[in-house]
Design a protein around this ligand. Structure first.
Ligand code: GAP
Length: 542
């Protein structure tokens, strides 16, 4: 069963209105591909990061035993955004982190060749002058046209009629009335051979496009006062490499033994050519990556272990249902180093009916440690005392090997966006129909305490309950109290912010020491004892 598409415009409007996400540098007109988080968004992301940290590092895989029958062990790490440039040579990013780019020689505009789509007249092979950068599949391309106003402007669409993503059809008016167009993706080789015959997406003129050229996605800067090739440094495009380069340090400075994992969270930077779909494809974003090191013989088991756990984990924080899928990559999709990769994918409103990647779980073999060993000339193998032949004294001879690595690599911005999209609900039967049904674990506001009226001793009781809840739960999220406005309006504000529980102090509280608890999702209310509120919340906020 497919879920009806939610309006991305409405979700983005709510995000801005309630302080989840703002365009970066908003008052200066924004900067493309960069997003900031407002008070509720920052707390939502922190809750997501904390949940990842808790379940991947502090108590990895919820305390389960791994395929070796032992408890899974992981340690944290925090590494710099700027590292020695050789790190990125060894990792392959300097040579290979490229997108094929095409330039318009006349307008100096640039787009990704593998995402060049064209609008084709009635399914014929004539390429319209108004082809443009949209997305990598036809369905996505149509969705993109439907959801992205500025893209429609770039293409030159004045009015849009029916869109049918599955059939790859759009009805569009380019100034000569409504016509049906089919959207096709132009493959890179075709573009390479026919660059001169393909009209520029910006001007419609033939002959002004260059052949596709490789464009490196890494941002760079310079260290020190002299700007030259020697002082050039890169902003990391992933947090993973910080882990590989410290593998030896972690082994030498702690008591970890293979198999074990190292987790690292933080900002990564990619000069995405076509940042789009709200925070989904940004130029600055946050990753949460675990590199799990294991013996090569056990690596397939660990790959399956992490792949399955990561799917379960996303479900546990609210992405249940058929909007979440685990997709195993085909052999042709695998990165050069990867022995196997699966993606946890979410059906975002802008990808529906398709899915977008939330996290990749890759079996990276011994690629990264081997690369860094070769480039740094520092031995990064591991001596495993518990392996090798059995000796007469009962101990093992030991075995030296380069561990294999399983990498669950999640994006926290995509995660937060998926949580928002999943939680977003329109219930027309409510006076204020929009609400966010966050899982209590990630909800930025955990609870609200309201005096029914701002008099008769109710505000004082509310204040005391607020203090009690704040002391107990203030570290996990926000606790709110608000004595003003009608109670209906206060509930509606909390529903829109995704607060799961509201406690109201009323006349009966003063006489019978009970409060009402209102459930956000159903609007149902029940009475519980005032002194049971903390216990009630504790049971439900895990
Ligand atoms: N170390 C492996 C690695 O970085 P990746 O698939 O390129 O793998 C991992 O990135 C995750 O980071 C993705 O699944 C996605 O959630 C997030 N991510 C990647 N590029 C992103 C971008 N431009 N904007 C937002 N999130 C991004």
């Amino acid at each position: 069963m497919t879920t009806p598409a939610k309006s991305m415009d409405a979700i983005m409007a709510l995000c801005k209105r309630r302080g989840f996400v703002y365009q970066a540098s908003d008052i200066y007109g924004g900067i493309n591909g960069f997003w900031d988080y407002g008070p509720l968004g920052a707390q939502l992301k922190k809750n997501l990061r904390d949940a990842w940290w808790q379940d991947m590092i502090m108590n990895p895989a919820w305390g389960r035993k791994g395929p070796d029958g032992e408890r899974v062990r992981c340690v944290p790490l925090e590494t710099c955004i700027i590292q020695h440039p050789k790190v990125w040579e060894a990792s392959g990013h300097v040579a290979g982190f490229n997108d094929p780019m095409v330039d318009d020689k006349e307008t100096k505009q640039r787009f990704r060749a593998d995402q060049l789509s064209g609008l084709f007249a009635g399914g014929s092979d004539v390429i319209m002058p108004r082809c443009t950068v949209v997305a990598s599949t036809t369905g996505e391309a149509v969705e993109q046209i439907a959801s992205d106003k500025s893209l429609r402007k770039t293409i030159g669409i004045r009015n849009l009629g029916q869109v049918n993503a599955e059939a790859g059809l759009v009805e569009a008016d380019f100034g000569q009335g409504m016509q049906a167009w089919s959207v096709r993706v132009v493959p890179v080789p075709l573009l390479r051979e026919n660059a001169a015959d393909i009209p520029s997406p910006f001007t419609g003129k033939k002959g002004s496009l260059t052949e596709p050229r490789q464009f490196n996605l890494m941002f760079f800067s310079y260290t020190g006062a002299v700007f030259n090739e020697e002082s050039k440094v890169f902003l990391r495009p992933e947090t993973a490499q910080g882990i590989f380069i410290h593998f030896k340090n972690v082994v030498d400075s702690t008591r970890v033994k293979v198999p074990f994992g190292i987790g690292n969270t933080g900002r990564s930077f990619r000069n995405e050519v076509t940042p789009r779909n709200f925070t989904f494809r940004s130029r600055e974003f946050e990753q949460a990556e675990l590199e799990f090191f294991c013996h090569p013989d056990e690596s397939q088991d660990w790959y399956r272990f992490w792949r399955d756990f990561r799917m379960e984990w996303w479900k546990s924080i609210g992405l249940a249902g058929d909007n979440l899928v685990l997709r195993e990559h085909g052999k042709d999709e695998l990165s050069h180093y990867s022995i196997g990769t699966s993606d946890v994918e979410y059906r975002f409103p802008f990808t529906a009916p398709g899915f977008g990647e939330l996290e990749g779980i890759a079996h990276r073999g011994c690629f990264d440690l081997t690369q860094h060993q070769e480039h740094s000339r520092v031995k990064l193998d591991y001596f495993d005392q518990e392996r090798g032949d059995l000796l007469p004294n009962g101990s093992r001879k030991g075995e030296r090997y380069i561990p294999h690595c399983i990498e669950p690599a999640a994006g926290l911005d995509r995660g937060a966006l998926a949580l928002i999209c999943e939680a977003y609900t329109v219930d027309p039967s409510r006076p204020s129909p929009e609400l966010l049904k966050f899982h209590p674990r990630v909800a930025p506001i955990k609870a609200a305490v309201f005096p029914l009226v701002n008099k008769d001793g109710m505000p004082e009781v509310a204040e005391r309950l607020y203090d009690e809840l704040f002391a107990r739960f203030g570290r996990t999220g926000l606790i709110e109290t608000d004595p003003k406005q009608s109670i209906g309006k206060r509930y509606a504000r909390m529903d829109e912010a995704g607060c799961p529980f509201c406690f109201t102090i009323d006349g009966e509280t003063l006489t019978a020491q009970t409060v009402t608890v209102r459930d956000r999702d159903t609007g149902a209310q029940e009475r519980i004892a005032l002194d049971k509120v903390t216990g009630y919340l504790a049971e439900r906020l895990v």
